[in-house]
Design a protein around this ligand. Structure first.
Ligand SMILES: C[S@@+](CC[C@H](N)C(=O)[O-])C[C@H]1O[C@@H](n2cnc3c(N)ncnc32)[C@H](O)[C@@H]1O
Length: 330
């Protein structure tokens, strides 16, 4: 239900319960900072939380996200209950679903809704490319649940790459909640320190077979060298391989706006500093295409986020790019 009346009733109920939501938020944030110090990604809770919300609003089924969220050691049960309980109650009473959680995301994307919006872009990329590839590699997988939503008879080999601590917590929690991850090959690697492609190959990845790489919510946390090196590694795999990723521009790293100052400080305090941005000089799509070309990839689909003018720069985007080897490389 999306009538103006249900919307007003929904927000009145949320406002009345806002003190409870605020307490839950503070409990959660306190635990997030502790998670950052443990080496387990705190930012990985953001996209999981978006998938959890969509599942609970009934707009995108993701049973695995629901179970992970309720069991991860870094998510305080009390904080989860106090923040999501009142909002879901208001939803049940009014039938209203906030725009951020209507899947696929509609209209302009505000920075705070990037994680919700990109789920639709990446689900579409997975639907489009998975039938034509032999391997699916989720880079910086965090608490992504796409590997556990594939049909049980899929012939695609699935790999998840992430830093050792985050991956270990995910594997333990998957086991705890009874999600079968036996079809997934887990590869622990640090994009800034390790040769992740060599680690992947040692675990059974075949570089000469066409692959879909999903790199969701990761590039902004890496230094430029690691981003470019990773793009080159992807370009070195089989012709026709695809990478789907999102990115920030330098605007997100430099803007004096309160939202971005808070965002940079918050991620830094959890140990996941924002480091990489594509040049925001308009048109930023062209700057992205240049970067990809210099790493051996061709831009396919792309969506710019924010305005893209000399005075109001774009702050990010979603993209897919393909490995198109020149005849000299073959
Ligand atoms: C915002 S989370 C996104 C997680 C996941 N892709 C998703 O959409 O749910 C960022 C992920 O990148 C991983 N990451 C960040 N820097 C990394 C690095 N240097 N090496 C390996 N993984 C890294 C984090 O561990 C975390 O899982």
């Amino acid at each position: 239900m999306r009538t103006p009346v249900s919307r007003v009733r929904f927000y009145i109920l949320c406002t009345l319960m806002s003190p409870v939501i605020l307490v839950g938020y503070l409990v959660w944030v306190g635990k997030l900072f502790a998670a950052g110090r443990s080496g387990v990604s705190a930012t990985a809770q953001g996209p999981l939380s978006a998938r959890f919300s969509e599942h609970n609003f009934g707009t995108r089924q993701d049973e695995a996200a629901d179970r992970l969220m309720r069991a991860l050691p870094g998510v305080p049960r009390l904080g989860l209950r106090l923040t999501t309980g009142p909002v879901l109650l208001a939803h049940r009473v009014t039938g209203y679903v906030p725009r951020a959680f209507r899947y696929p995301f509609e209209g302009d994307v505000a920075p705070q809704y990037e994680a919700s919006a990109r789920i639709g872009f990446f689900d579409a990329a997975v639907d489009r490319y998975l039938p034509d590839v032999a391997q699916f590699v989720i880079l910086g997988a965090g608490f992504d649940t796409r590997a556990y939503r594939l049909p049980s008879d899929t012939r695609v080999r699935v790999f998840e790459v992430d830093s050792p601590q985050t991956q270990m917590v995910k594997r333990e929690t998957l086991q705890k909640v009874g999600i079968d991850s036996s079809a997934v090959t887990f590869v622990a690697a640090d994009f800034e320190q390790d040769d992740w492609l060599a680690c992947l190959s040692a675990a059974g990845f075949a570089p000469d077979e066409r692959t879909l790489f999903l790199w969701e919510g990761v590039t902004m946390y890496l230094n430029r060298e690691a981003v470019e090196d990773s793009l080159r590694k992807i370009a070195s795999t089989a012709q026709g391989s695809v990478v789907a990723f999102d990115y920030f521009t330098t605007e997100a790293l430099e803007s004096r706006a309160l939202y971005w100052r808070y965002g940079r400080a918050a991620t830094k305090s959890t140990g996941e500093k924002l480091k990489f941005g594509v040049d925001s000089t308009p048109p930023s799509r062209e700057r992205l295409a240049e970067l990809l070309r210099s790493c051996g990839l061709s831009l396919a689909d792309q969506r710019t986020l924010g305005d893209d003018t000399p005075t109001r720069r774009a702050w990010g985007g979603f993209a897919t790019a393909t490995a198109e080897k020149s005849s000299a490389d073959l």
